[in-house]
Design a protein around this ligand. Structure first.
Ligand SMILES: Nc1ncnc2c1ncn2[C@@H]1O[C@H](COP(=O)(O)OP(=O)(O)OP(=O)(O)O)[C@@H](O)[C@H]1O
Ligand SMILES: [Mg+2]
Length: 367
Protein backbone atom coordinates (compact mmCIF):
# COMPACT_ATOMS: atom_id res chain seq x y z
CA UNK A 1 0.00 0.00 0.00
CA UNK A 2 1.41 3.40 -0.93
CA UNK A 3 1.90 5.74 1.96
CA UNK A 4 2.36 9.46 2.26
CA UNK A 5 5.47 8.74 4.31
CA UNK A 6 8.81 7.25 3.34
CA UNK A 7 9.69 6.27 6.91
CA UNK A 8 7.60 6.11 10.04
CA UNK A 9 8.79 5.34 13.56
CA UNK A 10 5.90 4.56 15.87
CA UNK A 11 6.73 4.74 19.58
CA UNK A 12 10.15 3.25 18.98
CA UNK A 13 12.40 2.58 21.97
CA UNK A 14 15.81 0.98 22.17
CA UNK A 15 17.17 -0.29 25.46
CA UNK A 16 20.70 -1.68 25.52
CA UNK A 17 21.45 -4.26 28.20
CA UNK A 18 23.99 -3.42 30.88
CA UNK A 19 27.50 -4.08 29.62
CA UNK A 20 28.73 -5.27 33.02
CA UNK A 21 27.20 -6.51 36.23
CA UNK A 22 25.90 -3.68 38.49
CA UNK A 23 25.66 -1.35 35.48
CA UNK A 24 22.32 -0.02 34.41
CA UNK A 25 20.65 -0.61 31.07
CA UNK A 26 20.85 2.32 28.63
CA UNK A 27 17.70 3.66 27.00
CA UNK A 28 19.31 5.15 23.90
CA UNK A 29 16.00 5.95 22.19
CA UNK A 30 12.87 6.59 24.20
CA UNK A 31 9.44 6.33 22.61
CA UNK A 32 10.14 8.32 19.45
CA UNK A 33 7.51 8.82 16.78
CA UNK A 34 8.52 10.34 13.45
CA UNK A 35 6.77 10.56 10.08
CA UNK A 36 9.26 11.39 7.35
CA UNK A 37 7.83 12.36 3.96
CA UNK A 38 8.93 11.18 0.53
CA UNK A 39 11.79 13.28 -0.83
CA UNK A 40 12.21 15.12 2.42
CA UNK A 41 15.56 16.31 3.80
CA UNK A 42 14.94 15.37 7.41
CA UNK A 43 17.52 16.01 10.13
CA UNK A 44 18.02 14.48 13.55
CA UNK A 45 19.79 17.18 15.56
CA UNK A 46 21.17 16.78 19.07
CA UNK A 47 24.18 16.66 21.35
CA UNK A 48 26.53 13.70 21.64
CA UNK A 49 24.87 10.63 23.13
CA UNK A 50 21.27 11.75 22.52
CA UNK A 51 20.48 8.70 20.38
CA UNK A 52 20.94 9.94 16.79
CA UNK A 53 23.11 7.09 15.53
CA UNK A 54 20.95 4.51 17.30
CA UNK A 55 17.87 5.94 15.56
CA UNK A 56 19.57 5.62 12.16
CA UNK A 57 20.76 2.09 12.94
CA UNK A 58 17.18 1.15 13.82
CA UNK A 59 15.92 2.49 10.49
CA UNK A 60 18.78 0.76 8.62
CA UNK A 61 18.05 -2.52 10.43
CA UNK A 62 21.41 -2.86 12.19
CA UNK A 63 19.52 -2.73 15.50
CA UNK A 64 16.16 -4.14 16.49
CA UNK A 65 13.79 -1.90 18.47
CA UNK A 66 13.00 -3.00 22.03
CA UNK A 67 9.45 -1.81 21.38
CA UNK A 68 7.54 0.07 18.72
CA UNK A 69 7.33 -0.30 14.99
CA UNK A 70 9.19 1.00 11.93
CA UNK A 71 7.47 1.34 8.55
CA UNK A 72 8.85 2.00 5.09
CA UNK A 73 6.33 3.28 2.54
CA UNK A 74 3.63 2.14 4.93
CA UNK A 75 4.93 -1.43 5.26
CA UNK A 76 6.27 -2.72 8.58
CA UNK A 77 9.99 -3.50 8.22
CA UNK A 78 10.84 -4.04 11.85
CA UNK A 79 11.98 -7.60 11.12
CA UNK A 80 13.37 -7.10 7.61
CA UNK A 81 17.16 -7.63 7.52
CA UNK A 82 19.30 -4.60 6.56
CA UNK A 83 20.25 -5.82 3.06
CA UNK A 84 16.58 -6.28 2.13
CA UNK A 85 15.71 -2.67 3.02
CA UNK A 86 15.93 -0.06 0.21
CA UNK A 87 18.07 2.01 2.54
CA UNK A 88 21.76 2.96 2.35
CA UNK A 89 23.98 4.64 4.93
CA UNK A 90 26.82 7.15 4.55
CA UNK A 91 29.12 7.26 7.55
CA UNK A 92 31.27 9.98 9.04
CA UNK A 93 34.54 8.18 8.22
CA UNK A 94 33.73 7.33 4.55
CA UNK A 95 34.60 3.63 5.08
CA UNK A 96 35.98 3.27 1.54
CA UNK A 97 38.04 0.20 0.61
CA UNK A 98 41.60 1.54 0.26
CA UNK A 99 42.87 -1.24 -2.06
CA UNK A 100 40.10 -0.72 -4.62
CA UNK A 101 39.83 2.05 -7.21
CA UNK A 102 37.12 4.69 -6.87
CA UNK A 103 35.09 2.95 -9.60
CA UNK A 104 35.35 -0.42 -7.81
CA UNK A 105 34.32 1.22 -4.54
CA UNK A 106 31.29 2.89 -6.13
CA UNK A 107 30.37 -0.30 -7.99
CA UNK A 108 30.53 -2.42 -4.85
CA UNK A 109 26.78 -2.65 -4.14
CA UNK A 110 26.07 -3.45 -7.81
CA UNK A 111 28.80 -6.10 -7.98
CA UNK A 112 27.40 -7.84 -4.92
CA UNK A 113 24.00 -7.88 -6.61
CA UNK A 114 25.50 -9.26 -9.87
CA UNK A 115 24.31 -6.34 -11.99
CA UNK A 116 25.68 -6.89 -15.54
CA UNK A 117 28.91 -5.11 -16.31
CA UNK A 118 27.62 -2.64 -18.92
CA UNK A 119 24.85 -1.38 -16.70
CA UNK A 120 27.19 -1.30 -13.71
CA UNK A 121 29.74 0.87 -15.53
CA UNK A 122 27.03 3.22 -16.74
CA UNK A 123 25.55 3.68 -13.27
CA UNK A 124 28.96 4.16 -11.68
CA UNK A 125 29.79 6.92 -14.17
CA UNK A 126 26.40 8.56 -13.55
CA UNK A 127 26.95 8.47 -9.81
CA UNK A 128 30.42 10.00 -10.17
CA UNK A 129 28.99 12.77 -12.33
CA UNK A 130 26.30 13.38 -9.74
CA UNK A 131 28.92 14.07 -7.07
CA UNK A 132 30.92 16.10 -9.58
CA UNK A 133 33.94 13.79 -9.78
CA UNK A 134 33.53 12.38 -13.31
CA UNK A 135 37.26 11.79 -13.81
CA UNK A 136 38.04 10.08 -10.50
CA UNK A 137 37.17 6.50 -11.55
CA UNK A 138 40.73 5.15 -11.65
CA UNK A 139 42.10 6.91 -8.56
CA UNK A 140 42.57 5.14 -5.21
CA UNK A 141 40.78 6.66 -2.20
CA UNK A 142 44.11 7.48 -0.54
CA UNK A 143 45.00 9.82 -3.40
CA UNK A 144 41.90 11.96 -2.81
CA UNK A 145 41.16 14.75 -0.30
CA UNK A 146 38.71 14.22 2.57
CA UNK A 147 35.98 16.13 0.74
CA UNK A 148 36.47 14.04 -2.40
CA UNK A 149 36.45 10.78 -0.42
CA UNK A 150 33.18 11.78 1.19
CA UNK A 151 31.70 12.45 -2.25
CA UNK A 152 32.83 8.99 -3.36
CA UNK A 153 31.11 7.53 -0.31
CA UNK A 154 27.96 9.38 -1.37
CA UNK A 155 28.27 8.07 -4.93
CA UNK A 156 28.70 4.55 -3.58
CA UNK A 157 25.39 4.87 -1.74
CA UNK A 158 23.51 6.69 -4.53
CA UNK A 159 24.48 4.13 -7.17
CA UNK A 160 22.14 1.65 -5.46
CA UNK A 161 19.24 4.09 -5.94
CA UNK A 162 17.99 3.65 -2.41
CA UNK A 163 14.56 4.98 -1.46
CA UNK A 164 16.08 6.41 1.69
CA UNK A 165 19.62 7.59 2.34
CA UNK A 166 20.82 7.75 5.92
CA UNK A 167 23.72 10.13 6.58
CA UNK A 168 25.48 9.98 9.94
CA UNK A 169 27.48 13.19 10.44
CA UNK A 170 28.95 12.85 6.93
CA UNK A 171 30.69 16.23 7.01
CA UNK A 172 32.15 16.22 10.50
CA UNK A 173 35.61 15.00 9.42
CA UNK A 174 36.00 17.93 7.01
CA UNK A 175 37.39 21.37 7.82
CA UNK A 176 34.98 24.26 8.31
CA UNK A 177 35.30 25.86 4.83
CA UNK A 178 34.76 22.55 3.05
CA UNK A 179 31.91 21.64 5.38
CA UNK A 180 30.13 24.89 4.54
CA UNK A 181 30.65 24.35 0.80
CA UNK A 182 29.42 20.75 1.03
CA UNK A 183 26.17 21.86 2.73
CA UNK A 184 25.01 23.56 -0.45
CA UNK A 185 26.19 20.68 -2.59
CA UNK A 186 24.43 18.03 -0.53
CA UNK A 187 21.21 19.99 -0.55
CA UNK A 188 21.36 20.43 -4.34
CA UNK A 189 22.18 16.79 -4.81
CA UNK A 190 19.24 15.73 -2.68
CA UNK A 191 16.86 17.90 -4.71
CA UNK A 192 18.28 16.48 -7.93
CA UNK A 193 17.89 12.79 -7.02
CA UNK A 194 14.72 13.35 -4.93
CA UNK A 195 15.69 10.60 -2.51
CA UNK A 196 14.54 10.91 1.09
CA UNK A 197 17.54 11.97 3.19
CA UNK A 198 17.68 11.34 6.93
CA UNK A 199 20.61 13.35 8.11
CA UNK A 200 22.26 13.25 11.52
CA UNK A 201 24.27 16.14 12.95
CA UNK A 202 25.08 17.89 16.22
CA UNK A 203 25.69 21.12 14.27
CA UNK A 204 22.67 23.41 14.49
CA UNK A 205 23.84 25.66 11.65
CA UNK A 206 24.16 22.68 9.35
CA UNK A 207 20.68 21.52 10.33
CA UNK A 208 19.09 24.94 9.83
CA UNK A 209 20.83 25.44 6.48
CA UNK A 210 19.92 22.15 4.80
CA UNK A 211 16.79 20.62 6.29
CA UNK A 212 13.16 20.65 5.23
CA UNK A 213 12.36 19.63 8.80
CA UNK A 214 14.40 19.04 11.94
CA UNK A 215 13.79 16.74 14.90
CA UNK A 216 15.60 18.11 17.95
CA UNK A 217 16.66 15.21 20.19
CA UNK A 218 17.65 15.21 23.84
CA UNK A 219 18.46 12.20 25.99
CA UNK A 220 16.76 9.71 23.65
CA UNK A 221 13.61 11.86 23.35
CA UNK A 222 12.38 14.00 20.47
CA UNK A 223 11.75 17.51 21.83
CA UNK A 224 10.31 19.13 18.69
CA UNK A 225 9.81 18.40 15.00
CA UNK A 226 9.39 21.43 12.76
CA UNK A 227 10.76 23.44 9.86
CA UNK A 228 14.01 25.30 10.54
CA UNK A 229 12.41 28.75 10.91
CA UNK A 230 9.77 27.39 13.29
CA UNK A 231 12.41 25.64 15.40
CA UNK A 232 14.31 28.90 15.62
CA UNK A 233 11.42 31.34 16.08
CA UNK A 234 8.92 29.18 17.93
CA UNK A 235 10.91 26.71 20.04
CA UNK A 236 8.55 24.33 21.82
CA UNK A 237 10.38 24.46 25.12
CA UNK A 238 13.37 25.76 26.98
CA UNK A 239 15.66 22.96 25.83
CA UNK A 240 15.08 23.74 22.15
CA UNK A 241 15.33 27.51 22.70
CA UNK A 242 18.62 27.02 24.50
CA UNK A 243 20.08 24.45 22.11
CA UNK A 244 19.43 26.40 18.90
CA UNK A 245 21.12 29.79 18.85
CA UNK A 246 21.40 32.12 21.81
CA UNK A 247 18.35 33.01 23.90
CA UNK A 248 17.66 35.29 26.85
CA UNK A 249 15.54 33.62 29.52
CA UNK A 250 13.68 35.90 31.94
CA UNK A 251 11.68 34.64 34.88
CA UNK A 252 8.25 36.20 35.23
CA UNK A 253 4.68 35.57 36.20
CA UNK A 254 1.43 35.81 34.24
CA UNK A 255 -0.45 38.97 35.23
CA UNK A 256 -3.19 39.12 32.60
CA UNK A 257 -4.48 36.92 29.77
CA UNK A 258 -5.98 37.84 26.43
CA UNK A 259 -6.40 35.90 23.19
CA UNK A 260 -2.94 34.80 22.00
CA UNK A 261 -1.18 37.24 24.31
CA UNK A 262 -0.35 37.59 27.96
CA UNK A 263 0.90 40.34 30.21
CA UNK A 264 3.85 39.37 32.32
CA UNK A 265 5.25 40.76 35.52
CA UNK A 266 8.94 40.81 34.77
CA UNK A 267 11.70 42.42 36.81
CA UNK A 268 8.99 44.42 38.63
CA UNK A 269 7.69 45.76 35.33
CA UNK A 270 4.88 44.74 32.98
CA UNK A 271 5.54 43.39 29.49
CA UNK A 272 3.31 41.84 26.83
CA UNK A 273 4.24 38.67 25.01
CA UNK A 274 2.69 36.31 22.48
CA UNK A 275 1.50 32.95 23.75
CA UNK A 276 -0.10 30.05 21.86
CA UNK A 277 -1.76 28.51 24.87
CA UNK A 278 -2.09 31.03 27.63
CA UNK A 279 -1.16 29.78 31.10
CA UNK A 280 -3.30 30.88 34.10
CA UNK A 281 -2.78 34.16 35.92
CA UNK A 282 -0.18 33.85 38.67
CA UNK A 283 1.73 31.01 37.00
CA UNK A 284 5.50 31.43 36.97
CA UNK A 285 6.83 31.26 33.41
CA UNK A 286 10.00 31.84 31.46
CA UNK A 287 10.11 34.39 28.71
CA UNK A 288 12.48 33.58 25.85
CA UNK A 289 13.70 36.32 23.54
CA UNK A 290 16.56 36.20 21.03
CA UNK A 291 19.38 38.79 21.42
CA UNK A 292 18.85 40.06 17.86
CA UNK A 293 15.19 40.80 18.69
CA UNK A 294 16.07 43.03 21.64
CA UNK A 295 16.33 46.76 20.89
CA UNK A 296 18.09 49.25 23.15
CA UNK A 297 17.36 52.96 23.00
CA UNK A 298 18.44 55.98 25.04
CA UNK A 299 14.91 57.37 25.16
CA UNK A 300 11.59 55.59 25.26
CA UNK A 301 10.48 55.45 21.63
CA UNK A 302 7.06 56.82 22.69
CA UNK A 303 5.25 54.36 20.43
CA UNK A 304 3.36 52.87 23.32
CA UNK A 305 5.37 49.67 23.36
CA UNK A 306 6.17 48.50 26.84
CA UNK A 307 9.80 48.67 27.82
CA UNK A 308 12.09 47.46 30.53
CA UNK A 309 14.88 49.58 31.92
CA UNK A 310 18.48 48.70 32.56
CA UNK A 311 22.06 49.84 32.33
CA UNK A 312 24.72 48.78 29.84
CA UNK A 313 27.02 46.44 31.72
CA UNK A 314 29.29 45.08 29.00
CA UNK A 315 29.98 45.89 25.34
CA UNK A 316 31.57 43.58 22.80
CA UNK A 317 32.29 44.86 19.29
CA UNK A 318 31.83 42.08 16.70
CA UNK A 319 32.30 43.92 13.40
CA UNK A 320 28.85 43.75 11.81
CA UNK A 321 27.18 43.68 15.24
CA UNK A 322 27.72 44.92 18.76
CA UNK A 323 26.79 42.66 21.65
CA UNK A 324 25.49 44.55 24.69
CA UNK A 325 24.93 43.01 28.09
CA UNK A 326 22.33 44.98 30.05
CA UNK A 327 21.70 44.69 33.77
CA UNK A 328 18.03 44.94 34.73
CA UNK A 329 16.75 46.58 37.90
CA UNK A 330 16.38 43.19 39.57
CA UNK A 331 20.02 42.35 38.88
CA UNK A 332 19.34 39.91 36.03
CA UNK A 333 21.22 40.28 32.76
CA UNK A 334 20.00 40.37 29.20
CA UNK A 335 21.93 40.25 25.92
CA UNK A 336 21.08 42.46 22.95
CA UNK A 337 22.69 42.12 19.55
CA UNK A 338 22.59 45.36 17.53
CA UNK A 339 23.50 45.79 13.88
CA UNK A 340 26.21 48.43 13.47
CA UNK A 341 24.33 50.79 11.16
CA UNK A 342 24.33 54.58 11.34
CA UNK A 343 21.29 55.12 13.59
CA UNK A 344 21.43 55.94 17.25
CA UNK A 345 25.22 55.54 17.56
CA UNK A 346 26.95 53.16 19.94
CA UNK A 347 25.79 53.08 23.51
CA UNK A 348 28.27 53.57 26.32
CA UNK A 349 29.17 51.49 29.33
CA UNK A 350 27.05 52.36 32.37
CA UNK A 351 24.47 54.20 30.28
CA UNK A 352 20.79 53.79 31.25
CA UNK A 353 18.73 52.28 28.41
CA UNK A 354 15.21 51.32 27.47
CA UNK A 355 14.82 47.69 26.39
CA UNK A 356 12.19 46.81 23.80
CA UNK A 357 11.05 43.91 21.70
CA UNK A 358 8.06 43.18 19.51
CA UNK A 359 5.43 41.27 21.40
CA UNK A 360 5.49 38.49 18.82
CA UNK A 361 9.26 38.04 19.20
CA UNK A 362 8.99 37.04 22.86
CA UNK A 363 7.87 33.51 23.67
CA UNK A 364 6.29 32.32 26.87
CA UNK A 365 7.61 28.93 27.96
CA UNK A 366 5.91 27.05 30.73
CA UNK A 367 8.53 24.35 31.25
N1 LIG B 1 25.61 -1.06 21.45
C1 LIG B 1 25.41 -0.30 22.54
N2 LIG B 1 25.41 -0.83 23.77
C2 LIG B 1 25.20 -0.06 24.86
N3 LIG B 1 24.94 1.26 24.83
C3 LIG B 1 24.94 1.85 23.62
C4 LIG B 1 25.16 1.11 22.42
N4 LIG B 1 25.08 1.99 21.37
C5 LIG B 1 24.81 3.18 21.90
N5 LIG B 1 24.72 3.11 23.26
C6 LIG B 1 24.41 4.23 24.16
O1 LIG B 1 23.22 4.85 23.71
C7 LIG B 1 23.28 6.26 23.85
C8 LIG B 1 23.03 6.90 22.51
O2 LIG B 1 24.11 6.61 21.65
P1 LIG B 1 24.17 7.12 20.13
O3 LIG B 1 25.42 6.58 19.54
O4 LIG B 1 22.89 6.80 19.46
O5 LIG B 1 24.29 8.68 20.31
P2 LIG B 1 24.59 9.84 19.23
O6 LIG B 1 23.52 10.84 19.38
O7 LIG B 1 24.81 9.25 17.89
O8 LIG B 1 25.96 10.46 19.78
P3 LIG B 1 27.23 11.07 18.98
O9 LIG B 1 26.84 12.48 18.57
O10 LIG B 1 28.31 11.09 19.99
O11 LIG B 1 27.53 10.18 17.81
C9 LIG B 1 24.64 6.54 24.46
O12 LIG B 1 24.48 6.68 25.84
C10 LIG B 1 25.46 5.33 24.10
O13 LIG B 1 26.46 5.12 25.06
MG1 LIG C 1 26.44 9.18 16.58
Amino acid sequence: MASEFAVECRSVSKVFPARRKHQRTVTAVHDISLSIRHGEFFTLLGASGCGKTTSLRLIAGFEQPSSGEILLHGNPITHTPPHKRPVNTVFQNYALFPHMTVAQNVAFGLTVRHIPRAERDKRVQEALELVRLPDAAHARPGELSGGMQQRIALARALVNRPAVLLLDEPLSALDLKLRQAMRGELKNLQEQVSITFIYVTHDQEEALAMSDRIAVMNGGHVEQVAEPAAIYNRPANRFVADFIGETNFLRGEIALREDNRVQLRLAEQMMWAAADDTPPVGQPVTLAVRPEKVYLTRTNGGNGRATLYGTVNHIMYLGTDTRYTVRLQNGHELVALARNLNGDGPLHLGEPVHIHWHESDARVLTE
